[in-house]
Write a protein that binds this ligand. Sequence first.
Ligand code: DUC
Ligand code: ZN
Ligand code: ZN
Ligand code: ZN
Length: 479
Amino acid sequence: QGFDLVLRDAVLATAGDTCRADLGISDGRIVQIGQGLAKGLCEIDVAGRVVTPGGVDAHCHLDQPMAPPVKLADDFHTGTRSAVCGGTTTVIPFAAQRKGGTLQAAIDDYHQRAEGRACVDYAFHLILTDPTPAVLNEELPRLIEAGYTSFKLYMTYDALKLSDGQILDVLDVARTHGGMAMIHAENSDCIAWLTRRLEAAGRTAPRFHAVSRPTLVEREGAHRAIALSELIDVPILLVHISGGEAVAQIREARAKGLNVYAETCPQYILLTAADLGTDDSYFGARCVCSPPPRDKSSQEDIWQGLADGLFTVFSSDHSPFNLTGEDGKTPGGKEVAFRHIPNGIPGIETRMPLLYSEGVLGGRISLNRFVELTATQPARAYGLYPKKGTLAIGSDADLVIWEERDFTLDNAHLHHAVDYTPYAGMTLRAWPAMTLLRGQIVWDGTHFAGAPGQGQFLPRGLPSLAPPSARRGAQPAWR
Ligand code: DUC
Ligand code: ZN
Ligand code: ZN
Ligand code: ZN
């Protein structure tokens, strides 16, 4: 009973530990970790390089229908191909409920989109846009039971947003049945009001996107979302946190003992509002995302939260809109008012190399914290641990061997179907030399070596972060 594959002489990094050892794989799983393992059918000499768990990108958008003419450039094939080339072996994109439609219809639709195309293992978060009594009382509890254990709620965008009362209804279901509520926290009316004022003044260039969504609208949204979760006494996860003011709200909630988790993304440590342009030129459209990138001081606040444990997960929020083309950031090649520029930037492939380069090699976070943010905590938060997110006996052999070398990033290096990367021209200091999915080489450092259809759907358990707090003990009078 030899091993199918042995990784020889690796520096194995998990969220809790770093050690130099061999790693034995059979049937797609890690079966032994130790020194001097017996010979495998195949051997890879890692030669002292760092090996981490494959990344879990818990926030990305693939083949998600958008309001025409806007269209995502990546489907499950191109998006997940891009993911593995950057070290990510599990993705959790979103299945959005249509208003008037059921959650089941959304799930069925996304299974069809993913099946036969995904190159990495995948699950879906739901997006709840229409929490009818049938959804709250029947569908959502049933789907949580069936392994769809997380759902995103929007406080903004007319087509998606829920009222505070609707959010309370959904959080109450989350408390009773488990599941993780992810909240997009921005004050919708402030954004709409500012957008109208800016347009009335003729201020429609891309850079005014950031002016229409100042940091206080995120601070207010975060504050309100935290209050709603405190009222119900249920954990929430605040997605794509961009600014220091929201970070302060989360710190205050944590200090009170509330189970408020948070996510941030590469754009909030590497871009600023200046990347949307300093004049009215349209070039800045490429960096339009929501929430928008902030300033240098917010970047420092985000880094601090990454370093000290405030942030739970580090995701890409990969939103693959082409810069040019019929349906992209310049629809039909036309320059349009910022209101019509699709919100989001690509980043599924660059997420891990950017954090490894700037965070680990830049001396801002430890290698173990890197693993925790990019793999272990996302797996725990969304019910995939310990199958995914760590190096342990019995875990899937999803692995990244890291190569530390400097190079200048260019979009031609990337494997997405998007015609740009906002990080072009940056010096990266590391990139995966190899990515393995369940023991199979899917990226060899030069070429994508996987295949569409090899990714498997992952039914999920409940979050394995802290349970709802029992601080108050007694049931509230309304329950
Ligand atoms: N929220 C996201 O999660 N992604 C893109 C845009 C947005 O507002
Ligand atoms: Zn969002
Ligand atoms: Zn998103
Ligand atoms: Zn290639």
